[in-house]
Design a protein. Structure first.
Length: 326
């Protein structure tokens, strides 16, 4: 994408806690109109990264630019372009929803003449109008999350950063918050941090997977599936033969063969599928081939392979890696 469309660029971020290198050489890019999912297991570094991107935590080294403004050189100007919802919503429970949002609008330097309309707009977008005069303490966790999102968008920021916005919510509340995030993506660029794969699949345009302070993937879900599809063929024959397993194992490039039913096998290759070898073998042995199907791993399997595997996947655009202190 064009660099002129970049709203966030973090370059070579490092964060050290004592003797622990929690964030190691992190790059992250967010473009206009994009919803980026920052995905990783608990403790991978997502919250640490969010805190650095929002100016709440200084990196040990590296550079952060928000809408072209250097966070370290001019933090106030950079932060004006950001709306941030941390994992724990920063709400005052003894205020009503409207009182709290007016207070946030004042802190955000929203002009006094525009505060009422800004608050009303944020409440409408977050479906809070019916609870505007209720104490935040008396709201459900789902509504408190909505209040947290409302404070993040009421000054109409270019970038909205949400850290684990659905943690602790019930399935109905999760569905509602995901729908809200998708709507936010129409008017803002969004970074969504989560450890839940379906969350990113449901709302994000691009995913960045981090683990133990390193980027292990950064691209679209489509590319994730393409790059990590296991070179496995499902093979079935009409009749059974005692030497089928041995013959399949003997084929060039085959790494393993597993039984998957009667005269049905899962044939894994070392690098790429070689269906021609299977068809040639079937012809030589006079075995009636009834199935020859490439098997693709689910995204959940791919995610687990990336998190627990040893090899990171390179990306055309190097994007963030983080490690999070416990």
């Amino acid at each position: 994408m064009n660099k002129n469309n970049e709203l966030v660029r973090a370059t070579a971020l490092n964060r050290i806690y004592g003797n622990q290198l929690a964030v190691s050489d992190v790059d992250l890019v967010l473009h206009k109109g994009e919803v980026l999912g920052l995905l990783g297991p608990n403790g991978a570094g997502k919250s640490t990264t969010m805190q650095m991107l929002t100016g709440n935590l200084s990196p040990t080294s590296g550079e952060i630019k928000i809408n072209g403004i250097d966070m370290l050189d001019d933090p106030q100007a950079a932060k004006r372009a950001i709306g941030y919802l941390p994992e724990q919503p920063p709400v005052y429970r003894d205020m009503t929803v409207k009182e709290y949002l007016f207070y946030c609008a004042m802190l955000r330097d929203v002009p006094k003449a525009q505060r009422a309309s800004a608050v009303d707009s944020a409440m409408q977008r977050c479906s809070l109008l019916d609870v505007a005069n209720r104490l935040i303490a008396n709201l459900s966790k789902g509504f408190q999350q909505r209040v947290g999102i409302a404070q993040a968008i009421l000054h109409n920021p270019k970038v909205v950063i949400l850290d684990e916005p659905t943690v602790g919510l019930d399935p109905i509340q999760i569905k509602e918050i995901r729908h809200l995030i998708r709507e936010l993506g129409n008017d803002h660029s969004v970074i969504l941090s989560t450890h839940i794969l379906p969350e990113v699949q449901a709302v994000c345009d691009r995913v960045q997977i981090i683990n133990q302070g390193k980027t292990v993937f950064s691209d679209t879900f489509e590319q994730l599936a393409k790059r990590q599809s296991a070179p496995v063929l499902i093979v079935s024959f009409e009749q059974a033969a005692d030497d089928m397993m041995f013959a399949l194992n003997s084929l060039d490039g085959v790494s393993r063969v597993e039984e998957a039913g009667k005269s049905r096998f899962k044939v894994a290759f070392k690098d790429r599928h070689k269906p021609a070898l299977i068809t040639r073998l079937a012809n030589e042995k006079n075995w009636q081939l009834t199935e020859l199907t490439p098997q693709s791993e689910t995204l959940e399997q791919i995610f687990m392979n990336l998190i627990h595997g040893d090899t990171a996947i390179p990306s055309a655009v190097k994007v963030e890696a983080t490690g999070e202190a416990a």
